[in-house]
Design a protein around this ligand. Structure first.
Ligand SMILES: [Zn+2]
Length: 284
C-alpha cells in the first residue's frame, strides 16, 4: 500500500461504546470508511466550506492544449478531499478520493500522486452528500446519466457525484502525455482505453451546467478508482447491477486561474463544447 499524502494527519481518538457502535452501523450500512464519516462530521462541526467547488484552470484552456502544471497536489488537498483532474503534460487521469490523490497512468498502472506533482486542471470539493440512494440494474452510461438527470431539480447548479459498487463491465480511458499546444482532441486520439469486468470501485466526478462549458466539462464527467487501487481512469461506458449513489449540490465556485505564460497567451475566446464532447465523451 502507498503511504498517505504528506499533508494528511493521523489522529488517535477515543470513542465511547454508543458512538463507536453507531459509527460501525453507519459504515456497514453505507459502505463508507470510518475515516470518511469522521472527516465529514468534523468538517460540519467546524463549519468548513461545503458546497464549494475549488477549480484550477478551465476546460477551455485544456482544449487549447494548456497542459503546464500550475498547482501542486499537496495544495489541492488543502481545498478538497474529492475530485478529478489531470497532471502536467496531460500525463494520465487524476482521482481525489477520501483525501488521497491518485494518478492513473496511460500504461494502465495507478499510483498515489506525490504531493509535489503538478496539475494543469483540477476540480475538487469537500464531499458531504446531501442526497443518497441506490441505483439498480444500470445498463449503460446513457441509462445512468438519464437517471441522474431525473434526480436533479435544477440545471443551473453544479453537482458532485460519488457512485460505489461492483461494475459488471466498465470502459475507461487514460490520456497519454502530450506536448504543450497539442489540442485536447488530438491529444486524446492517442488515449489508452481499457475494458474490465467485475470491478469493485468508486466513481468520482461532477455534473456541470451547460452555461459553464468554458470553465468545466459540461454534463457528466466521472473517473473510476477501483477498491484495490489497481485500476483507474476517465469513464466512457459501464454496466452495474447495484450502485450506491451520493450527490452533493455545489452552489459556490472558486476558480483559480494559472498565471503561466502558456495560459496568459492562450486564445480562450472560442466555445469548447464540441471539442470537449469529442475529447471527454465518446460514450459508446
Ligand atoms: Zn476525465
Amino acid at each position: 500500500m502507498a503511504s498517505p499524502p504528506a499533508s494528511s494527519h493521523h489522529l488517535d481518538i477515543r470513542l465511547g461504546d454508543g458512538l463507536y457502535t453507531a459509527l460501525q452501523e453507519r459504515c456497514q450500512r453505507t459502505g463508507e470508511s470510518a475515516s470518511h464519516v469522521i472527516r465529514e462530521a468534523l468538517a460540519a462541526a467546524l463549519d468548513l466550506e461545503h458546497h464549494t467547488i475549488y477549480q484550477v484552470s478551465t476546460s477551455g484552456a485544456l482544449v487549447q492544449g494548456v497542459y503546464g502544471g500550475c498547482v501542486r497536489v499537496g495544495d489541492l488537498l488543502q481545498h478538497g478531499d474529492f475530485g478529478l483532474g489531470t497532471f502536467e503534460g496531460l500525463d494520465g487521469e487524476g482521482i481525489l478520493l477520501d483525501g488521497c490523490c491518485w494518478q492513473a497512468c496511460s500504461d494502465g498502472k495507478v499510483r498515489q500522486a506525490p504531493a509535489d506533482a503538478l496539475a494543469p486542471f483540477w476540480v475538487a470539493t469537500r464531499f458531504q452528500a446531501d442526497h443518497r440512494e441506490t441505483l439498480s440494474q444500470v445498463s449503460s452510461w446513457a441509462d445512468l446519466t438519464g437517471r441522474l438527470d431525473g434526480l436533479r431539480d435544477s440545471s443551473n447548479l453544479f453537482v458532485a457525484i460519488r457512485l460505489r459498487g461492483v461494475f459488471d463491465r466498465i470502459r475507461y480511458r487514460v490520456a497519454c502525455k502530450a506536448e504543450p499546444g497539442v489540442d485536447l482532441v488530438s491529444a486524446t486520439n492517442a488515449q489508452a482505453t481499457f475494458d474490465l469486468e467485475q470491478v469493485a470501485g468508486t466513481l468520482v466526478g461532477f455534473w456541470t451546467p451547460s452555461y459553464a462549458r468554458t470553465i468545466n466539462v459540461p454534463g457528466y464527467h466521472l473517473h473510476l478508482l477501483s477498491d484495490d487501487h489497481r485500476h483507474a481512469g476517465h469513464v466512457l461506458e459501464l454496466q452495474s447491477r447495484k450502485l450506491s449513489l451520493e450527490l452533493q449540490r455545489e452552489s459556490q465556485l472558486q476558480l483559480v486561474l494559472p498565471e503561466t505564460l502558456e495560459f496568459l497567451r492562450a486564445d480562450l475566446s472560442s466555445d469548447p463544447a464540441a471539442a470537449l464532447a469529442k475529447a471527454e465523451g465518446d460514450h459508446k
